[in-house]
Structures are given as C-alpha cells and as structure tokens.
Design a protein around this ligand. Sequence first.
Ligand code: PLP
Length: 332
Amino acid sequence: MSIDFSGRWAWADVHTGLIQHNVAIVAQRVAPAQVWAVVKANAYGHGAIPVAQAALAAGATGLCVAITDEGVALRRAGITAPILVLSEQPAEMTEFLVGYGLTPTIASTRGAAVVARAAEAADRKVPVHIKIDTGMHRVGVAPAEALNLARYIQSFESLAIEGIYTHFAVADEPSHPANEKQLSVFNDVLGQCAAAGIEPPMVHAANSAAALANPDARFSMVRLGIAMYGLLPGPGVAEQCQGLIPALSLKGRVSAVRLVEKGARPLAGTITMDQLMLDCGNDFDVTVGDEVVLIGRQGEHVVTADNWADALGTIGYEIVCGIGERVFRRYQ
Ligand SMILES: Cc1ncc(COP(=O)(O)O)c(C=O)c1O
C-alpha cells in the first residue's frame, strides 16, 4: 500500500510554472547566449528533478550541478540534456562522470589525465570544460597555465574541449572593479587559446547577476542559478531582476493555540527543530488549522526569502537551501 505523506503541518509549494517564467525572461534577455540552469543543492532547495524539467521546457539547453551524484540523479530521472559538473571531482567518481555522460570540469593536468583514462577505458570521447581562475581563487587553473592545460587536454584522443569558463567573485556588485579585471583576464586567456587554434564552442562566465547586468559577460552561454528561482543575487542588481517571481512558498498550519500567562512571552519565536511558538497577541481568531505563510503571499502581505535573509544577516541562497529535506515539497 502506498502512503500519501502530503498531509503535513508544514510544506513548501514550488511553482514550476514560475521557474519557467523566470527562465524564459532571462533567456530572452541574454539571447543569443544559451541558458544552462544551475540545479545544484537540490535546485537551491526547490527540488532538482522538477526544476530541471521545468527549466529545460522553458528553453534552458543544459544543466549545471556541483557534484557527481547530483548529475547521476538527474540522469536516472531520465534527463538527457548536457549536465556540467562545476568542479573537478575526486578520482573515484570518474567512472560515474563518464558512465552517466556528465560533462567534467577540468582545472589541472591531473584531473585531465584521470578523465582521459576513464574515457579511453569506456571507448568514449568525453566533452570537457576548462575552468579558469580569473580571480575568485576557488576552482580553476591559473591563467598563465591555461593554454598549456588546453594543449595537454588536446593531446588525449579521448577528450574534446567543448568549453572554457570562469566565475565572478562579486558579480552581484556590477560596478565593482574586480568584475572588469576578471573579464579582462578571461578574454586574455581566450585570445591566447584562439591564437593557438583552440576555440571551443562554449565560452561562459556569467552567473545570474552577470548575465543580467553585464552583456559583455554573456559569451555563448550563461549559468543561471538564483534568478531562475525568482530571488535576488544581491541588492546591486535589483533593477535588472524586475519581472522575476519567487517560485517557492513555505507554509505551515497552526497546530495548537494556547492562552499563556503574562511572563511566558519570551518563548515566542523559539525554534524547536520541528515547530515554533508565535505570539499572536490578542488575536483570538487564530485557530488550529489556519495557514501560516513563512515565505510567500497571504492576501496583501508578502514575505520573501530575501526579507528573511535581510532579517538574519545572510543571503537568500542560504534561506532556500536551508529548507530541510523533511519539508514536503508540493509541485504545481
Ligand atoms: C560556477 C557557478 N556558476 C554559476 C552559479 C550560479 O550562480 P547564481 O546562483 O548566482 O546565478 C554558481 C552558483 O554558486 C556557480 O558556482
């Protein structure tokens, strides 16, 4: 007997139609650049498989994930679109990268050799993307070593350089000089590669903020994360994000109402892992079963993940990614 677990005190509503709306808006703004949807971290808490399906239906032509297992889960769900894994993976994951047709990121000769061997063993030619560290200092080969790495990759019959890319550290502050600096380093690497006859079809640098704020950063594709979910990459790009709509609401229901004595009030707001107590003041209309909107709209009132982020001194990414697995996702 299958059990319907959808009856919950708390749940998240994910509106895949709004994911599609957001992807379509960005796709139109960045065209002719392609949009690849970033669905790592369970699609920023929204659910990787339904979000990937919605993004692809709305015009995204590829997907990006952070780790191998995220890509494998998408393949097992029947998704056949290209899936780029955004950093080099531990060597023991290589057979899964190759076996499931995921696109590896290469940032070192060691990484290239490991993927090349697995591709050879599987009798496959594997497309790879080279990641250049133009200034974020997280993932990537140093610009001065990029051309040598590209040549090294070319020396393997089993590898094909499909892409070259980088990532901005502060794209959410479009006027920050680091963006121009990173772009110029990236263009320099592209120039060196082109002069050596290496001109891969996919060149990319932009996350949501750069895709929307900087046309020079779009190249042949953009990697769209936070804006696809309808959230702000940062206050510096609020204007460019107009028209995007948050796709996730977090809701609960009142499970009990207590009349407490004066003095018990400091407990209000305390989170006890699964539940929280709210002070409803003198609103005696509140009853068990009433809907409580933690993120989303109720009548005229709207609370966004970005509002929570402001209140908690963090960013919207952390709020939605922090909604635990046990919160049931309802898709509409
Ligand atoms: C390499 C890379 N590209 C793109 C993205 C998407 O960024 P955003 O969510 O700001 O669009 C991320 C997310 O962290 C990333 O790590």
